[in-house]
Design a protein around this ligand. Sequence first.
Ligand SMILES: NC(=O)c1ccc[n+]([C@@H]2O[C@H](COP(=O)([O-])OP(=O)(O)OC[C@H]3O[C@@H](n4cnc5c(N)ncnc54)[C@H](OP(=O)(O)O)[C@@H]3O)[C@@H](O)[C@H]2O)c1
Length: 240
Amino acid sequence: MQLSNNTILVTGGASGIGLGLTRRFLQQKNTVIVCGRREDVLQEAASQNPGLITRKCDLANAADRETLYAWVTKNHPQCNVLVNNAGIQNWMDIADKDFFQRAQQEIAINIEAPLHLTSLFLNHQPLTTVMNVTSGLSFTPLTKVPVYSATKAFMHSYTLSLRHLLKARNIEVIEVIPPALNTDLGGKGIHNFAPSVNDFIDAIFTQLEEGKTALTFQFSEAMTKAGPPELQAAFTRMNP
Ligand SMILES: NC(=O)c1ccc[n+]([C@@H]2O[C@H](COP(=O)([O-])OP(=O)(O)OC[C@H]3O[C@@H](n4cnc5c(N)ncnc54)[C@H](OP(=O)(O)O)[C@@H]3O)[C@@H](O)[C@H]2O)c1
C-alpha cells in the first residue's frame, strides 16, 4: 500500500497495537479514524494525537457496525483503508460455567466484526486496502486461550481467501501477524513479558515499505515459516 495520503479506519485504534498503527499512520500524513467502546480511552488518544478522529461503537453489535459504516462513509467519504484490529482475548477453561457465553463474545468481536465490516466496506468505491490483524497463535494454539487462538486461525485462513478474491478488484489485503506484545490484551499485566508495540511497528512498517503483505515479527515470523515438526515443538513448549 502507499503509506501516505490515505483515510484509514483503525478499529480498536485508541490502545495497544491499534494505537501504534494509528500514530505511525498519522506521522506519515494520513487521516485516521479510530473506534472503540471506551469514551475515556478514545478521548485520551485524541488529546495525545492532534487530528485523530474518534467514534464510539461496540463492534460486538451488528447494528453498531452498520451505524459505524454509515457514519464513516458519510463524514469521511474518501476513507480507503479498513484496518480490522479490534479484538479481545479470553483466558478460560473448557469447563468454566460461562465458557460458551465468553466464546460467543470472542467470536462476535474477533470474527463476525471484521467479516461484517469488510463486507460493508466492499460497497464503498474508494476502498483500496483491507488490513486484518491476526496472530502468531493463528498457526499454533495456546490452549489457555482456546477460542481466541481458533478465531485467529479463522482470520488467517479467511485473509488468504480474501486476498485472492479481491485481486480482481485491485483491493490489497494485508495480514498483520503480531507475536505476543506488551499491551493490555487479555487483562492488564498478562503481556508485560513481551516486546514493545513500538519495536513491532518499526519492523512491520519496514515490511510495508518493501511491499510485503504478510507482516511478521520474531515468534510470528518463525511460525509462518515453520513446518510440522517446528509447529509441534512450539505447541509442546507453549502448552506444557
Ligand atoms: N498484544 C498481543 O500480544 C497480540 C498478539 C497477537 C495479536 N494481537 C491482536 O492485536 C489486536 C489488538 O490487540 P492489542 O494487543 O492492541 O490489545 P488492546 O490494547 O486490548 O486493544 C484492543 C482494542 O480493541 C478494542 N475493542 C475490543 N472489543 C471491542 C468492541 N467490542 N468494539 C470496539 N472496539 C473493541 C479495544 O477498545 P475498547 O475496549 O475501548 O472497546 C481496544 O482498543 C487484537 O486483534 C489482538 O488479538 C495482539
